[in-house]
Design a protein around this ligand. Structure first.
Ligand code: NAG
Ligand code: NAG
Ligand code: NAG
Ligand code: NAG
Ligand code: NAG
Ligand code: NAG
Length: 396
């Protein structure tokens, strides 16, 4: 089975450049592209300091209290650690996904068809640099590597898959055939699980529905997996929401850590440290001793039980009412992806930042390290990130 897949893959690689259009949402173009789409299921066994697999499950647009009182999410929370001060970074959805893999939202304040230039790195570069395998699984993707804005269910005409919830494809750096091939339909998750070919870093996206539906889906998805010995191999699962629903309150979202990597004595506890979507990157960096992106990933708090073992220090921050007040993370400051082109240049990673010995990835330092660019960077090694009401100087 696997050798025939490889032969097909080689054919697909040589033909897709000529025939297929991977961004088109026209059903006949989708059919053509599906014929040449490549699917890859890489595996690896890079030992982490605290966990050996990291899984993020994304849910949509719900205020903290509403999610916390959903019976299925509350049931899941009892099996792990509740993160009671975990925050989105802005509104609406797409910039939060972008932030969670790239260390900034680049001023994005919309859910448009956005494509971040190929010289901007994401966590995918950091993982591959250390040989950590990855995949993204998305419900109802019409074929692996589809780059289109949305895929409409051909029977019901409902929007099934949306690009704005697929963080890796929004970065042009991740659109080589080999990287696209790791963006797969959720059905491929079960195939990979069955074949024991799950990656070490993966994301899943649940649909944009009511919290009741999302909670029921998440429990039905996770409950069997929590007892599956192929899935639970020192695995850490983060269940989180992209953003809160109400824009006038702090953008705090209900989040849970689950899996057999969670120490038994912490099951059923609450961690009230300040986290945000950049913590998804910093935690993975600390665990596998990855390089960094030189953006807001560097200073982001690392999930406490992980930081305790990696020797990283976190900083408490009462963002909405503490000394550095009224950070609600409810709007974006200007940037190249703001509506109305408020700022055109890409923010420059700070290539000098170091956290607990972890330096910026060499490729990033070579691209962005020139002194004439470094004098423009706004990133610091701090948990206290700006938001729309507190922009970095010159980015209002
Ligand atoms: C691919 O499809 C997109 C969306 O329909 C379209 O904008 C683009 O021009 C097409 N590209 C090619 C090379 O045909
Ligand atoms: C994608 O997944 C859905 C269920 O999530 C399934 O119904 C559909 O057949 C899959 N499509 C492909 C092309 O694998
Ligand atoms: C963010 O929240 C603050 C405090 O409620 C409010 O004044 C502001 O208008 C909100 N911003 C947006 C874009 O909703
Ligand atoms: C990154 O790519 C963008 C878009 O192509 C370009 O404008 C910018 O100059 C590039 N920056 C660097 C440092 O390579
Ligand atoms: C950074 O340095 C370049 C070249 O030396 C200069 O043109 C630019 O104005 C400087 N930018 C800032 C923000 O100081
Ligand atoms: C307040 O937050 C900003 C980022 O928004 C940060 O640059 C600054 O250092 C913080 N100030 C204090 C006193 O913590």
């Amino acid at each position: 089975m696997f050798s025939s897949t490889l032969v097909l893959s080689a054919l697909a690689l040589s033909s897709q450049a000529f025939a297929a259009n991977f961004t088109s949402t026209n059903p006949s173009d989708v059919d053509t592209a599906r014929d040449s789409a490549l699917t890859l299921s890489p595996t690896s066994n890079v030992k982490g300091k605290v966990f050996d697999r990291f899984v993020t499950i994304w849910l949509e647009n719900t205020d903290y209290d509403k999610a916390a009182s959903d019976p299925n999410l509350a049931w899941l929370a009892k099996k792990g650690i509740t993160l009671s001060n975990y925050n989105g970074v802005t509104h609406p959805s797409e910039p939060n996904y972008v932030a969670a893999v790239g260390g900034d939202n680049f001023g994005m304040d919309n859910d448009d068809f956005n494509a971040i230039p190929g010289n901007v790195s994401s966590v995918i570069d950091l993982l591959e640099d250390k040989g950590v395998s990855w995949s993204q699984y998305q419900e109802h993707m019409p074929y692996s590597g589809f780059e289109g804005k949305a895929w409409v269910n051909q029977q019901t005409k409902a929007n099934d898959y949306v690009r704005k919830h697929n963080p890796a494809v929004i970065y042009d750096a991740n659109t080589s055939p080999e990287r696209l091939a790791k963006n797969k339909n959720l059905t491929e998750f079960y195939a990979d699980l069955e074949a024991k070919k799950l990656p070490q870093w993966m994301t899943d996206d649940g649909h944009d529905t009511s919290v009741t539906t999302a909670g029921a889906w998440t429990r039905s998805f996770l409950e069997p997996l929590l007892n599956d010995k192929h899935f639970m191999k020192n695995t850490l699962v983060l269940v989180t929401f992209d953003e809160s629903h109400t824009y006038t309150i702090q953008n705090r979202v209900f989040s849970i850590l689950l899996g057999d990597a969670v120490p038994k004595k912490l099951v059923g506890t609450t961690d009230s440290q300040f986290y945000n979507h950049y913590s998804e990157i910093s935690t993975v960096e600390a665990n596998w001793n990855l390089h960094t992106l030189g953006r807001w990933d560097v200073g982001a708090n690392i999930f406490s039980f992980v930081a305790d073992k990696t020797g990283d220090e976190n900083t408490a921050w009462d963002a909405a009412s503490g000394p550095n007040t009224s950070h609600f993370f409810n709007s974006s400051f200007a940037g190249p992806f703001s509506d109305g082109d408020r700022v055109t240049g890409l923010p420059v990673p700070n290539t000098k930042l170091v956290r607990n010995g972890r330096k910026v990835l060499g490729k990033i330092a070579r691209t962005w390290g020139d002194a004439s660019l470094q004098n423009q960077t706004y990133y610091e090694n701090t948990v206290q990130i700006p938001d729309g009401m507190h922009p970095p100087q010159g980015w209002a």
